[in-house]
Structures are given as C-alpha cells and as structure tokens.
Design a protein around this ligand. Sequence first.
Ligand code: SPV
Ligand code: MG
Length: 308
Amino acid sequence: MNKAISYPTEAEALPVAAALSTTLRELIRSNDLAFLMEAHDGLSAAIAERAGFKGLWASGLSISSALGYRDANEASWTQVVDVVERMVDATGIPVLVDGDSGFGNFNNARIVARKLEQRGAAGICLEDKGFPKMNSFVGDRHPLADIAEFSGRLMAVKDTTGPDFVVVARIEALIAGHGLDEALIRAHAYAKAGADAILIHSRKAVADEILAFAKEWDNKLPVVIVPTKYYKTPVSAYRKAGISTVIWANHTMRAAIAGMRDICARIQSEESIAGIEERVAGLDELFDLIGYDELARAEDQYLPKQTG
Ligand code: SPV
Ligand code: MG
C-alpha cells in the first residue's frame, strides 16, 4: 500500500500507529522467522515495502550516513524522528526504529520513544551503551551501560509508550568482548525490565556466538539478530535455532552507495548520460513509488475545473 500523501488527523493517526505496533509485535512473536529490511528515508522505505518486506528497520547507521553524519550520535534525535516520519508516511508497514542508546538517560530515551510513537513508529530498539554511542563495527571502544541504569531506561520507555509499542533491548556484551554469561545476565535483567524482545548483536564472521546465546536463552523472549558480519550463514540455521527476527540492517544504503558510485563514475568519464539511461530507474517508477497518481486524483477532486 502506498499512502504517500495521506494527511491523517491526530485522532486518525494514533489508531493506525497502534495497529502497526500490533503488526510488528505479531511479526516478532510469530513462530515464522520474520525479516525487517533497512530503510533510511521515505524512498528506500517505499522500495523495501514494494519488494514484499513486512516490516522496516530504521537504521541509525543508514539514516546518519544518508545525512552525511557518522553513526556516533552526530545526528540529533529530532532529525532521526523526522526521517522516521517520512518512512512511516511513505509506507503501510511497521517501522522498528534504531534508537541507539536512547540519546542520554532514561528521560531522553522516553522522550524519543514517545515522539517516535506519535509519528507512527511501531517500536524502538535501545542498545545498552552510553551516549554518545559508536557504531558497533567501528573500533574497540564500546563501554557497556550499567545493567540497572539501562534497565531504568527500558522501564521508562515502557511506562511512557502505549501497550502496543514494541521495545527491543539490544545487548552489546558480545561486541564489547564479554562472554555469553554476561550477555545472558543482561538478557534476564532486560526481560525483567519489560523488554518485548532481545536483540543480540555480534561482529564475528560466523554465527556461533549468536546460536550459542539462542540455545541458552531458550526463547524466554523472542530473539532478534543482525547478521551483517556473519552474512554467509543460511537462514535455515536461524529457523532451526528458533530465532524470531532477522534484520538486514544496511543493505538499501549500501546498494545506493554502489549504484551512485558506479553511475557517477560513468557519467564523469563518458561526459554523457546516453549510455546509462537503461541502468537507472525510470522516472515513471519514481513517480509511482511516491504516489503521484494520488495527487492527480486529488487535483481532480479539489482544484476548480479548467474552463475554456
Ligand atoms: C544500525 O543499522 O544502525 C545498527 C546495526 O544499529 S549495526 O550497524 O550493526 O550496529
Ligand atoms: Mg545503529
């Protein structure tokens, strides 16, 4: 569904947002392996929806990259909320937002979550690090948050948002070089704090530590994973392990980089766009993705008819 231009009133928007949260909750809880596709603006969100994805990941890495920022909380939370709003308006599927570490303490986290909920996001994922965070694949400085303090962040978000809004607690213990035991201690604490699911992150090239976590955790809450680095593992391994949800976390953004890099290089060297016309999306596809047909119908309905 493309609802690119629908201007719901606040009274209309809130039930829609709640329905999308319920859909996300069902996706994550279902026995079938679910997939969330990364998007970082309205256009990439619409493309992912057209491809058939049932939910979106509003990636902090991709959103900040598209804005020309580093994934180190250089983009403000209001900028992220604005981008998410465009993703929500351009699609009809739930958006799980990468809320980084919550942009501060419990108070910042609950404000961000509430604003995301008001703009139609279906849920937020918070990682157990401090502010500012650094992308999990950059460097080795990934100090973990205190468990009790991070649990307070989760509780504040749960208490501030509606019952449908999904809160995913992301554990960075493996990224930070701590073992499985530390990850499990944190998972139990975050479950107690009210998290709806646990995202266990890893930067190993194989899925071993993720699968070991899933075995020990035994689905006390649904498990979400981000196989960016262990991309060779077939999804059958995740189904077998009872994983709930896979996030393809940055692939529309990286596809865009590759596509734009190659086209720019050709136009620069050929001093012509004749050779690349077949290699770029047609304008009709763009107009379709952004719902220009709806505007034409609205013009018919609302603009005075031309006479003579
Ligand atoms: C993101 O997509 O921003 C994520 C996943 O948080 S990762 O880049 O792996 O940290
Ligand atoms: Mg992120």
